[in-house]
Structures are given as C-alpha cells and as structure tokens.
Design a protein around this ligand. Structure first.
Ligand SMILES: Nc1ccn([C@@H]2O[C@H](COP(=O)(O)O)[C@@H](O)[C@H]2O)c(=O)n1
Ligand SMILES: O=P(O)(O)OC[C@H](O)CO
Length: 311
C-alpha cells in the first residue's frame, strides 16, 4: 500500500562471480564480465548504505568465479568479502558452486562468517519477531567442496552415476525434462538438513512467524531453467508445503532470473546475476517486507517484483 512503512528492508545481490580475468562467456554463450562484477557489488553496497534503513543484506552465493586462478582464490575471496563488509549492517552469505570450486568448506565458511558445525552451511535467523529467514545449503550433498573421501561427496558421485550417464557430469546431453538438473554443478539437501528444516518450520508455525527460504539453487521449475534446480527440490518443497508459514523462496544460480508461483501459492524469485551486467549496468536491489507483502525494488537488470500473500 503506497505510503505504508515496511516492517523492515534488506539488500540483495547474487552471483557476483568476480575474477581478475578478461571477459568471457557462459557455456551457452552469454557474456560474463568478471572484473566489472566487482564494480556492480561496490555500487550495490553504496546504494544499500545510502538507503540508511536496511536492516541487513543477503548474498545469494557465488562471490568468486570458478575461472579465478586457484593460486589467487584465497585473496580474491577475501577481497570480495571486504567489499561486502563495507556495508553498514549485518551480512548473511550463502555458498554457491563457484565458491566451492575455489576453496573447500573449511576455508570458505569462516571467511563468509557462516555459522557452521562439521562444515554444514545452513542456518536461520529472525530479524523481527514476525519473520524467520531460513538459509539452505544446496551443496550439502555435492561432488564439490567436501574432501574427496567425505561421505557426502561419495553419496553425490553415486547419485550422479545413477542419474546422469554422460562422462562429463556437467553435461545434460540426453537428459529429458527435469532430469536435466542432475549435473555436477548442482547438489541436494541431505537428510539431517531436511529434518532441521522440518523442525524450524514447525517452530515458526508455533511462533506464528512468516518464513522466507533462501538457497543458492532455485526450488521451483517455473522460476528457472531445468539445468539449474536443486536435485531434490521436490523433497524440500514437500516439507515446505506441509506448513503454511513459508511465503517466499529466493534463489540465485540461474543468471537470467525468474519468478513463479507454485501449486501452493508460494512465490519463487530467482535473482538476475551481477556477473552478466554489461559494463555500466547493474543487478542488485533491496526488499521491503510488510505484513502480507514483500516488494523487491530492483536496480538495473534486477527486475522489481511485488509479491502478495495471505498473512
Ligand atoms: N548445457 C551445459 C552447461 C554446462 N556444461 C558444462 O558445465 C560447465 C560450467 O558451465 P558454466 O555455466 O559455468 O559456464 C561448462 O564448462 C561445461 O563443461 C555443459 O556441458 N552443458
Ligand atoms: O553456476 P554457473 O555459472 O555454472 O551457472 C549455472 C547456470 O546458470 C545453470 O543454468
């Protein structure tokens, strides 16, 4: 409603994928501006600070690109984190595949200040009594980021062998429809995390909190290309759909962005990537949160979106 003050607001950006290398292209030929993406982040932080009323900011993952020379990974991650930390408020990070190409979890999570035990990267926080944010770890079961002999790596490799017959496990060749998500650059939510999610949603329901679910990997086929969804998005959504508290799911990873409303009326918004902004353009924003609405105010290629729900 025009004129009504939001309960709170927060900044968002996704897929910065910075690297100090010349511009390139994605596998499907979309230009990627590896150096310029840091300027997009700098402009985002300036805009968030100028706003003055943002309660926090969330990075939806992939702060550094997989093409970053590996002897530079540690310094580059630190450099990008330093840019984020110029924001005058709390920051919440999540991990993406490109972060994990550069650093293992035990190095990455402390740098991103992700609360963690045993390398897990899922957590929740409550910025106001009415709202709970759940940050999922989409690379819990993954062939990247864990030590090679870790049970989660072995489970992921077994899963990929069963689901994707290609030698190159990032190739969706021959996979049909939603099977195209069974790629090495995606991952799954494991059993313990699933139980934790169920507990958090049960607690949020008891506490009459509305929940915003955040994950690097999208959770609804309507909001993303088939190659970019969480392997077990359907199992995660089955848990979410058992409750009424989740109002919105937010994600990155699929750089072109997207928006859908699923069969239970939950909105899914996938954010446009900072990496794919041609020089001088931007993709970031902030979200105003109300009792029964969230409103994304986008800058540049980040499309503004209004999302209404039952309180
Ligand atoms: N349709 C596709 C997409 C990707 N690949 C492989 O994945 C790698 C990573 O892709 P990016 O989006 O990060 O460029 C890429 O190098 C390919 O090996 C593929 O085979 N088919
Ligand atoms: O994480 P990337 O850069 O490999 O990109 C993933 C694609 O957007 C999936 O379609």
């Amino acid at each position: 409603m025009p004129g009504k003050q939001p309960l709170f607001s927060f900044g968002i950006i996704s897929d910065v994928q910075y690297a100090d290398i010349p511009d390139g292209r994605s596998f499907i030929g979309v230009p990627r501006y590896y150096r310029h993406s840091l300027l997009v982040l700098q402009r985002a932080v300036k805009k968030w600070n100028d706003h003055q009323k943002l309660k926090f900011a969330i990075n939806f993952g992939d702060i550094v690109d997989g093409n970053c020379p590996k002897d530079q990974s540690l310094n580059v991650v630190k450099k990008v984190v330093d840019e984020f930390e110029k924001f005058n408020g709390p920051l919440y990070h999540m991990i993406g595949n490109h972060c994990l190409y550069n650093l293992p979890r035990n190095k990455l999570l402390p740098l991103l200040k992700i609360p963690s035990s045993d390398g897990r990267a899922y957590y929740d926080f409550s910025p106001t009594p009415e709202y709970r944010f759940v940050v999922l770890d989409g690379y819990d079961i993954s062939a990247i980021g864990w030590p090679q002999d870790h049970p989660n790596t072995l489970e992921a490799l077994k899963f990929l062998r069963e689901k994707n017959p290609n030698t190159e496990k990032n190739s969706p060749s021959g996979l049909v429809g939603l099977e195209r998500r069974f790629l090495m650059f995606n991952g799954a939510v494991g059993k313990e995390q699933m139980e934790w999610l169920d507990d958090v949603l049960q607690d949020a329901t008891k506490s009459k909190q509305k929940v915003v679910v955040c994950c690097h990997l999208p959770l609804d086929p309507g909001a993303t290309s088939k190659e970019a969804i969480l392997w077990n998005y359907n199992e995660v959504m089955d848990v979410i759909h058992r409750y009424n508290c989740v109002k919105v799911c937010l994600a990155g990873h699929d750089h072109k962005g997207g928006h859908s409303i699923d069969t239970h009326g939950i909105h899914h918004r996938v954010f446009e990537a900072a990496l794919e902004c041609p020089p001088g353009t931007d993709a970031f924003g902030y979200i105003d949160v109300y009792e029964n609405r969230i409103s994304l105010v986008g800058t540049g290629l980040m499309e503004s979106t209004d999302i209404c729900f039952d309180p």
